[in-house]
Design a protein around this ligand. Structure first.
Ligand code: KIV
Length: 284
C-alpha cells in the first residue's frame, strides 16, 4: 500500500532528492503519472489552454477546475494533488479565496492549492490557517499576462530580480510549503532557492531549483500551438494519435475493420431458430 505524499513530506525534501512534478487534468493521465512516480500532480489552470483550447489561462472557471481536480484525485495513490486557483477565485477578498480553496479540497479532493503572485499574502495566511497547504508561484504568472505584456521572462534587471527574491521570501513567511519559479533567469532562481527554506519548483528557471514542473501536454508532444524554450519533449504523442486515427479511418473505409474476431458469436441452435423466425417474418 503506497503512502500518499503530503505537503509536509514535500517541504521536508528541501535540499534532498529533487522533486518531480507534472500537470495532469484527467483520470487516465493522472493514473499513468502517479504510477510513474510523480511527487506532485498539479491540476494547473493551463487546463484552459492545453485541454479546453482557450488562448490563455484567464477563461477557466473554478467549477471547471473542481471538475478536473476530482478526476485527477480519483487516480492519485501516491502523488500529492495540487489544485490551481483560477483567475478571480482568490483576488476578490480573503473569504472568497478561502472558500475557493476549500472547494478544490472538499469537492475536488486536492490536498493543497496553488495561487499566483505575492500580492495575496493575507489570503495565503487565511488558507493555511484553515488547514489548506498553499504553494506559491512567482516570476511569469500567466494570470497577469495582460499586465506583463505577454509570456515573457521575468526578473531580467537587477531591480526586478531583487523584487522576485523579496516576493518568494514573503510567500514563505505567509506559510507556503513550496514555491513555483516560472521563467526567471537561472541565477535568480539559484539565489531564491538559497534564501528560502521551502522547496522551489522551477519551470524555465534553470537547474538550481529543488524540483521541476512541466505541463504534461508539452512533455508528451500534445500541444502544438507553441513550445517555450524551457520545454523538453519526451514523446510525440500528437503524431502517434494522428497516425493511429488515420489507420482506423482507412481500415473502416476499406472494410478491413471490424473483422470476424471483433464480433460476437451465437449459439448454433439459437442461430438456426432465429433463421426460422426470420422465415416466419418474411412469410407473414
Ligand atoms: O497552470 C500551470 O500549469 C502552472 C504550471 C506551469 C506551474 O501553473
Amino acid at each position: 500500500m503506497l503512502k500518499p505524499l503530503t505537503a509536509p513530506d514535500i517541504a521536508s525534501r528541501k535540499g534532498g532528492e529533487r522533486l518531480a512534478m507534472l500537470t495532469a487534468y484527467d483520470y487516465p493521465t493522472a493514473l499513468a503519472l502517479d504510477q510513474a512516480g510523480a511527487d506532485m500532480l498539479l491540476v494547473g489552470d493551463s487546463l484552459a489552454m492545453v485541454v479546453l483550447g482557450h488562448p490563455d489561462t484567464l477563461s477557466v472557471t473554478l467549477d471547471e477546475m473542481v471538475h478536473h481536480t476530482k478526476a485527477v484525485s480519483r487516480a492519485a495513490r501516491r502523488s500529492l494533488v495540487i489544485g490551481d486557483l483560477p483567475f478571480l477565485s482568490y483576488q476578490a477578498g480573503v473569504e472568497r479565496a478561502v472558500l475557493a480553496a476549500g472547494r478544490l479540497v472538499q469537492e475536488g479532493g486536492a490536498r493543497a492549492v496553488k495561487l499566483e503572485g505575492a500580492g495575496y499574502l493575507r489570503e495565503v495566511e487565511a488558507m493555511v490557517r484553515a488547514g489548506v497547504p498553499v504553494m506559491g508561484h512567482v516570476g511569469l504568472t500567466p494570470q497577469l499576462v495582460a499586465g506583463l505584456g505577454g509570456f515573457k521572462v521575468q526578473g531580467k534587471t537587477a531591480e526586478t530580480a531583487a523584487r522576485l527574491v523579496r516576493e518568494a521570501m514573503a510567500l514563505e513567511a505567509a506559510g507556503c510549503f513550496s514555491i513555483v519559479l516560472e521563467a526567471v533567469p537561472s541565477v535568480v532562481a539559484r539565489e531564491i532557492t538559497a534564501r528560502v527554506s521551502i522547496p522551489t519548483i522551477g519551470i524555465g528557471a534553470g537547474p538550481h531549483c529543488d524540483g521541476q514542473v512541466l505541463v504534461i501536454h508539452d512533455v508528451l508532444g500534445l500541444f502544438e500551438r507553441f513550445t517555450p524554450k524551457f520545454v523538453k519533449r519526451y514523446a510525440e504523442l500528437g503524431n502517434l494519435m494522428q497516425e493511429a486515427a488515420g489507420r482506423y479511418m482507412y481500415e473502416v473505409r476499406q472494410g478491413a475493420f471490424p473483422a470476424d474476431e471483433h464480433g460476437f458469436g451465437m449459439d448454433p441452435q439459437e442461430a438456426a431458430a432465429f433463421r426460422g423466425l426470420l422465415n416466419d417474418i418474411v412469410a407473414g
